[in-house]
Design a protein around this ligand. Structure first.
Ligand code: ZN
Length: 417
């Protein structure tokens, strides 16, 4: 009996070898990866991936936002481009598949077309977007926001933990940050966008399916909360006189957690992932605390309601502890839904391979979320072991990745029609 793997058109060995080889760049421990955006490590990854793009028949370029593109011309070179992509930067202690699976599957799809002598109707570009992860400069999706003209004021002045600005990092990487606007795609020049990504959640494993069809992406709201009190000697200031910023912040964090959980059936999720205490001395009452909030929901009204309530709660808690609170918005993306016609193609191509791919919502955001502002988009998820991601234990099997890449390849062919 023929298995799904026997029916694949893409080269499954080439794909798994490329994934393995790329994982060596920035490797930490046995299976982890640390590939910061705009670093010498990412540069090395770009060089290797550029070579694979060229082997697949593409011409390559680095734009001023730090995005790497590979392009093959279509029968109509002036037609709006079909873009396939993801990212090659990783979390500081990340895994081998997050982002890389999408870029390498895109290259594999084009390589397969080139080998078969298929000239696409329109140009195809495979892209690795700059700084999807957002940890180095505390703001993500830089490259995908860059090409649609959605960069904010002061974006280049953001610094990493070593005091390097985004502007310096871009220059050192070989980009010209004075000419970011040269990298913006004119309206209508991107036909559609397709991204394959590991699921980063446990649902495909639960239903025992290698791939899933993404229905939409829950938009994240990123806030920084600054709580200010008054420093004092931990041994001498009586409790009733204190303005302890950390006690105030702690109550805010707990109230936020309760707020997010209030409707157990809802898709709302909220996280405080970073916290800074100042002056951070064991015998000084904390004067200032800064913490981050990540709030997501596919239902924008519900997310907005949650934001409203958290702002009210924080104000009251600040009063109670005699501290002040300031809330800064770092990122605010609305949820977005995948195009129906692309989902239909993915579904029917899965059926051709004998797969019963389920529909899935993405709780994680991806570069697709930005592209959804300018064109139709679709996403394919690949099963990820125990849903673990942003962790060296992240794992997707060669077989599942090959099936995902084949679905991507077939989808691209149909999207041309
Ligand atoms: Zn990713």
């Amino acid at each position: 009996m023929k298995t799904i793997l026997d029916q694949l058109t893409i080269n499954k060995n080439r794909l798994s070898q490329n994934i393995e080889q790329l994982a060596e760049i920035g490797k930490i421990g046995e299976t982890g990866v640390c590939r910061p955006t705009l670093s010498t490590v990412e540069k090395k990854a770009f060089e290797l991936v550029s070579k694979w793009m060229e082997d697949a028949g593409m011409t390559t370029r680095l734009d001023n936002c730090g995005n790497l593109f590979g392009r093959i011309e279509g029968k109509d070179p002036d037609a709006p481009v079909l873009m396939i992509g993801s990212h090659l930067d990783s979390q500081p202690n990340g895994g081998r598949f997050d982002g890389t699976a999408g870029v390498l599957s895109g290259i594999e799809a084009v390589a397969t077309m080139t080998e078969k002598g298929i000239v696409p109707d329109r140009p195809i570009e495979v892209v690795s977007f700059c700084d999807e992860e957002g940890w180095r400069f505390n703001k993500g999706l830089f490259g995908s926001r860059g090409i649609i003209g959605k960069l904010d004021e002061g974006e280049l002045g953001r610094v990493d933990k070593d005091g390097v600005t985004r502007e310096q990092a871009l220059r050192e990487f070989g980009c010209n940050p004075d000419k970011l606007s040269d990298s913006v795609y004119p309206p209508g020049s991107i036909h559609s966008f397709l991204e394959l990504h590991i699921e980063q959640g446990p649902l495909l494993e639960k239903v025992d399916q290698p791939v899933g069809i993404v229905t939409g992406i829950a938009g994240p709201l990123w806030l920084t909360v600054k709580v200010k009190g008054f420093a004092g000697h931990a041994g001498t200031v009586p409790m009733y006189m204190r303005q302890d910023a950390l006690v105030g912040a702690s109550e805010m964090i707990l109230s936020f957690n309760e707020l997010v959980k209030r409707d157990s059936a809802a898709t709302t999720v909220g996280t405080v992932g970073a916290l800074n205490v100042s002056p951070a001395s064991r015998n000084v009452i904390p004067e200032e605390v800064e913490f981050t909030i990540d709030l997501r929901d596919i239902d924008l009204d519900r997310r907005n309601m949650c934001e409203y309530d958290l702002r009210e709660n924080f104000k009251q808690i600040a009063e109670k502890h005699n501290v002040t609170v300031e809330i800064i918005e770092d990122q605010n993306s609305e949820p977005s839904f995948c195009a129906g016609w692309i989902k239909d193609i993915i579904r029917s191509e899965c059926q051709h391979l004998g797969l019963d791919a389920p529909n899935l919502m993405s709780g994680a955001f991806h570069d697709s979320l930005m592209l959804s502002n300018v064109c139709d988009y679709g996403m394919i998820f690949v099963r990820c072991k125990e849903g673990i991601s942003h962790n060296p234990a992240e794992f997707a099997s060669n077989e599942d990745l090959a099936i995902g890449a084949d679905v991507l390849y077939r989808t691209v062919l149909k999207m041309m029609k």
